[in-house]
Design a binder for this molecule. Structure first.
Ligand SMILES: NC(=O)c1ccc[n+]([C@@H]2O[C@H](COP(=O)([O-])OP(=O)(O)OC[C@H]3O[C@@H](n4cnc5c(N)ncnc54)[C@H](O)[C@@H]3O)[C@@H](O)[C@H]2O)c1
Length: 395
């Protein structure tokens, strides 16, 4: 069936041109659901319609083109199309405001924009990462408008860039404001995920936030150890390798490096806001992770005359093999270095939305000192032309 001619869809993904929404929409379409992407970003929509993902996603491009050819994917920049859908999945961003509190108004605004087109019996699935209590609040809010829709919360827990694979391999947490909402969401996700884990909405909201905060705290632990050992004049990578060798209880301890991006820090702050900002371990993790760029610059300043040097930063994305610069600590590093070095040059093989970036060879050629800020695969066999390279990731 061609949804673009009939205008009828099974599922609408709201925010479906984003990092969470687009892979989900593509996988749903591949599983046979007539899927509508509703998003407010016309540039991203245009790229998707042309068969091109607006960001890196393993296996995403070919699958997108496959479902476009099968005419199972449609696009809308206004919400009317949701009227025909049994399922409406909300994947919009849920940022933190200037007071470090979640911007709950964005979810309300989104629901308000959909409300006129909702009809009884539809299921709204919240998939954005939300503050504890928001699912029940949305349920009550819509009941207050006499909307008899089912409201569920089924969080996204994939690692960015590998959603297509992980959507089909990770267990999916399912929760609903009512048993009918939970059942309805379970029916949809049983077509995607190998296993469903059922929880109450608030439990699921905490579980998602804890998943990210715990990962962030793990990175902070290793980064704190790194700073301590380096300050003591030792090589942390030797300590790490030694303590992890065949020792099962430290299997999960990551290596040191920049821990940032659009989710981990933000979701740690969502929990802090929930706890009335009494979240000592979360704030300590922020202090450590966000303090790492300044620590590195201080180490370099102790070793080199930075004011006479051009420093090249290799990697500006927030993590390896990603093109996403949201909340990347490479930019914090750049800002700090700008006040101390003669000049700062930046490069990244994957990022395409930063006009300051230069080709790798030029950065290496013009720099006196290089910093590997992101261990992209493309940097594996780096020829630094004899320039000193500071590499936190690998000693
Ligand atoms: N990025 C990840 O890997 C990841 C993983 C798990 C959970 N999450 C969570 O998922 C949510 C989305 O994150 P993201 O990285 O996909 O964000 P994103 O910014 O990449 O995507 C959000 C999309 O929503 C669209 N949008 C915003 N408001 C809208 C509205 N009212 N109506 C229609 N479209 C709207 C935007 O145009 C954008 O395309 C966040 O809550 C995030 O914390 C993200």
């Amino acid at each position: 069936m061609d949804p673009s001619s009939s205008g009828n869809y099974d599922v609408c993904v709201v925010g479906g041109a984003g990092h969470v929404g687009a892979p989900l929409a593509i996988v749903l379409a591949q599983k046979g659901f007539r899927t509508l992407i509703y998003d407010l970003n016309p540039q991203a929509m245009e790229r998707l319609q042309n068969g091109e993902l607006p960001f890196l996603e393993e296996g995403g491009g070919p699958l997108l083109r496959e479902v476009l050819a099968a005419k199972r994917l449609g696009f809308a920049t206004t919400p009317e199309g949701i009227a025909s859908c049994s399922y409406i999945i909300i994947t919009i961003g849920t940022p933190i405001d200037e007071f470090q509190n979640p911007m709950l108004g964005l979810i309300q605004k989104c629901i308000d924009s959909l409300s006129a087109h909702l009809s009884d019996g539809q299921t709204i699935i919240l998939r954005s990462t939300i503050f504890p209590g928001v699912t029940d609040w949305v349920h009550q809010y819509l009941r207050g408008q006499d909307k008899r829709v089912h409201v569920a919360f089924c969080p996204e827990r994939v690692v960015q860039g590998y959603s297509i694979r992980e959507l089909q391999t990770l267990p999916q947490i399912i929760s609903g404001a009512t048993p009918e909402a939970e059942e309805s969401a379970a029916r949809l996700f049983s077509a995607l995920a190998p296993k469903l884990v059922r929880m109450a909405p608030k439990e699921a909201e905490f579980a998602k936030l804890f998943s990210n905060a715990y990962r962030y705290i793990q990175f902070a632990a290793t980064n704190q150890f790194y700073m301590m050992v380096e300050t003591a004049g030792l090589d942390y990578h030797r300590v790490l390798a030694g303590m992890k060798a065949d020792y099962p209880r430290l299997r999960d301890l990551p290596g040191p490096g920049f821990a940032a991006g659009p989710c981990l820090h933000k979701d740690t702050l969502q929990l802090a806001a929930f706890a009335n900002h009494q979240f000592a371990i979360g704030y300590s993790a922020i202090q450590v992770n966000e303090g790492l760029p300044a620590f590195l610059v201080a180490r370099l300043a102790a070793r080199y005359r930075l004011s006479e040097m051009t420093v090249g930063i290799l990697g500006m994305a927030f993590k390896a093999d990603s093109d996403d610069i949201r909340s990347s600590l490479s930019y914090k590093l750049k800002k700090i270095l700008r006040n101390q070095a003669k000049a700062v040059l930046t490069t990244d093989p994957l990022v395409d939305n930063d006009r300051d970036l230069l080709p790798l060879e030029e950065v290496i050629g013009r720099s006196d000192l290089l910093i590997l800020a992101v261990p992209h695969s493309a940097y594996q066999d780096l020829n630094t032309q004899g320039k000193p390279l500071f590499n936190i990731w690998n000693g």
